[in-house]
Design a protein around this ligand. Structure first.
Ligand code: ATP
Ligand code: MG
Ligand code: MG
Ligand code: MG
Length: 571
């Protein structure tokens, strides 16, 4: 591809609403553009990478014997009523009516549709196991879409669903998918960990999440130093004994602290689960202007649960009290994560602290950077924060649930999730096949998701520096960048010849053929920003010595390669 014929609208400034590096860089490199909250257009450069991820996912799924299908985005309410999820699925489900006033939704996931297909098309145990997948656009009306593609409302998912008559058969497909996911994330060049996940209300069944390790991740994942134990925090907490940890310093004893009862009352009021509260903090020095003076706030640190925030927002709106809205590096330090807090000012009234900084800007548009303002209440930059109690069941340094080693906690981005569903959907929809004895049997199901578009962002979170992205070769939009410098015929001819050879060999090559008005410095900066892993510079100066300059995006120094060797060197 020649730059002159392509669209790469790079921008210098970091867009102000982008907090994580992948979001910033994808906007700056002209890979995506936002159209509305959580909705993005993929520009040619971004789409190239997305499609390369898709290809790897598709190849590995096919290799594992899964069959590709494509289901509609719009789904009739009737199917969701049959499974019971029309009522259960909260506001994340985007519902609409067609012109005949019939109810539909835009699919956030496809268990109902695939189970409907299976009940109609599968009749005998001989057809099983069957694993069907699609790579398709999902819509989830996320309460707080953020971090660009990491938490979009519309996003690309690979979702697979398998059907079985025996638990052993499900287990074997599940294991195969586990292995397939490892192959996929290895091929993508990601540093990832499969972790046990809490299978929640379905009970008994097994579930694993695949996390890309990155500080910007929204999830905590727990590892043992000396064994293979790895779980997400919810799963780890579910098996750990409940403990109340006291903070090391408690010199603010005169400030009434929320006792367990208060926390319970508060959490009941907020309609959150008390064990989602992981810490309580006292925040002093938040000044309510229409209060008598500085009022300490009690902060509850609550695990990120996105419906929670909405409940909280409603709750706050219902309280005709001034609100405090706080953001401060020291809260961040105290929590070990980005944080904001909101809540009515006053000693006995809790404020909610979320780990995500993005939460705040959503609530308060026009908030300034040095302290958020809302209805006349200011956050005092000198506020003192005292940790009162740490209520987490699992912290760094604990023993492992399997008795081996101590626990470390890292941040992860959930890029994949596999799940043994059992008969939840097949039972509800009556999806049965005849078994060996000619008896109708409800099929057992598994489901397997990968956030294809989230993978693109997660890869950038793991591969970047202050100049931009650094793509692994496997999914780089272009693997090789070419910058010709100088006007001699030799430069022109050799550039064309190398470009043609590499392109004919199937490489994605970006030839920066912009004219002299674009300086070499700008061209190099753009290639670095885009993250092209290999760059060559064909210049008169080099050719005088018979060489072409090569630079690897991950290395500091360039090297000179004999001009006749350059193609074999690159390939
Ligand atoms: P999360 O915990 O991040 O909300 P989830 O557990 O709700 O994700 P799943 O239902 O397990 O998501 O969906 C399968 C995969 O789809 C996830 O592992 C994730 O990679 C991806 N995914 C889910 N929600 C989003 C989103 N809003 N934007 C981008 N990718 C998403
Ligand atoms: Mg979710
Ligand atoms: Mg999840
Ligand atoms: Mg999940």
């Amino acid at each position: 591809m020649r730059t002159s014929q392509y669209l790469i609208p790079t921008v210098k400034e970091t867009p102000s609403d982008a907090v994580v590096v992948s979001h910033q860089l994808m906007l700056r490199a002209g890979m995506i553009r936002k159209i509305a909250a959580g909705l993005y257009t993929w520009l040619p450069l971004g789409l190239k990478t997305l499609q390369k991820v898709e290809t790897i996912v598709r190849q590995e799924m096919n290799k594992a014997g899964a069959l590709e299908v494509l289901m509609p985005a719009a789904q009739p309410a009737e199917l969701w009523q049959e499974s019971g999820r029309w009522e259960q699925y909260g506001p994340e489900l985007l519902r609409f009516k067609d012109r005949h006033q019939r109810d539909f939704c835009v699919g956030p996931t496809h268990e109902e549709v695939i189970t409907d297909l299976a009940r109609n098309e599968l009749t005998s145990y001989k057809q099983l196991p069957m694993n069907m997948y699609q790579i398709q656009t999902k819509f989830r009306d996320e309460i707080r879409p953020r971090f660009g593609l990491m938490r979009g409302r519309e996003f690309l998912m690979k979702d697979a669903y398998s059907f079985h008559v025996t638990q052993e058969c499900l287990q074997s497909t599940y294991d195969k998918m586990h292995e397939t996911y490892c192959n996929i994330f290895n091929r993508l060049g990601l540093d990832f960990r499969p972790v046990e996940a809490d299978s929640g209300s379905i009970g008994g069944s097994s579930s694993h999440e695949f996390h890309v390790l990155a500080d910007s991740g929204e999830d905590d994942i727990v590892f043992s130093t000396d064994s293979s134990y790895a779980a997400n925090i919810e799963k780890a907490e579910a098996v750990a004994p409940a403990t109340e940890r006291q903070a090391p310093t408690q010199d603010k004893a005169e400030v009434a602290t929320p006792d367990q009862k208060t926390i319970e009352e508060v959490t009941a009021f907020l309609n959150i689960n008390a064990n989602q509260v992981v810490k309580t903090l006292i925040v002093e020095g938040a000044v309510a202007e229409d209060h008598q003076g500085p009022a300490p706030l009690v902060a509850l640190v609550v695990r990120g649960d996105h419906e929670l925030n909405e409940i909280k927002a409603e709750h706050i709106a219902a309280v005709a009290e001034p609100l405090t809205f706080a953001s401060d590096e020291r809260i961040k330090d105290a929590l070990g994560c980005s944080a904001g807090s909101i809540g009515p000012a006053g000693l006995d009234i809790p404020v909610y602290v979320d780990r995500s900084a993005a939460v705040m800007s959503d609530f308060v548009s026009g908030a300034n950077k040095d302290g958020f303002h809302l209805t006349g209440v200011n956050w005092d930059r000198d506020a003192q924060i005292t940790e009162v109690a740490d209520l987490r069941n699992v912290v760094e340094g604990d023993q492992a649930p399997d008795g081996n080693g101590t626990l470390t906690i890292k941040r992860g981005i959930e890029v994949g999730h596999i799940f043994q569903l059992g008969t939840k959907y097949s039972e509800a929809l009556g999806a049965k096949v005849l078994d060996q004895n000619g008896k109708a049997q409800t099929m057992i199901m598994g489901c397997y998701g990968i956030g294809v578009s989230r993978v693109v962002a997660a890869t950038i979170e793991q591969n970047n520096d202050d100049r931009g992205m650094i793509w692994p070769d496997a999914i780089a939009p272009f693997q090789i960048g070419m910058v010709p410098m100088g006007k001699s015929d030799e430069v022109k001819e050799l550039t064309e010849s190398i470009y043609n050879q590499l392109t004919a060999m199937g490489y994605d090559v970006l030839l920066d053929d912009r004219d002299k008005k674009t300086s070499p410095g700008v061209k190099f900066a753009d290639m670095d920003l885009i993250g092209i892993p290999h760059r060559i510079v064909i210049s008169d100066r080099g050719l005088n010595n018979g060489t072409i300059e090569y630079k690897n995006r991950r290395e500091a120094d360039a090297q000179d390669i004999a001009k006749d060797d350059i193609v074999s060197f690159l390939t």
